[in-house]
Design a protein around this ligand. Structure first.
Ligand code: SF4
Length: 106
């Protein structure tokens, strides 16, 4: 793994789909993705109806810490720029961040 922790998790390391260690997230030990290969969440493309995207989202959908993960991913765009996180594709996260920014600015 790279020492540059701002670059995000290395999708080539199995099981390496976890929050930034320095975040010390207390919820991460309960994450459903701890036992799933990271490649499940890091795809070549993120077409919404693609079975691989749907499969990754289904894991997140059943995850007991989905809400914590959503808050984390939206607050850490550098760490979660790629991959499926909190049942969202990269473009879905960008839209969610933009909507949050717009609500905050209003
Ligand atoms: S919501 Fe998805 S990405 Fe987030 S911790 Fe759960 S399984 Fe992992």
């Amino acid at each position: 793994m790279s020492d540059d922790r701002t670059a995000g998790p290395d999708p080539n390391i199995p099981g390496n789909h976890q929050p930034e260690p320095s975040a010390a997230a207390t919820w991460e030990s309960k994450a459903a993705c701890t036992s799933v290969p990271a490649a499940t969440f890091f795809l070549e493309r993120y077409l919404p109806r693609h079975p691989d995207v749907q499969a990754a989202k289904a894991i997140c959908g059943a995850c007991p810490v989905l809400d914590d993960c959503r808050a984390y991913t939206l607050a850490h765009p550098g760490w979660t720029s790629d991959g499926i996180w909190a049942a969202m594709t990269p473009s879905e996260r960008r839209r969610a961040r933009k909507a949050t920014d717009e609500r905050t600015a209003a």
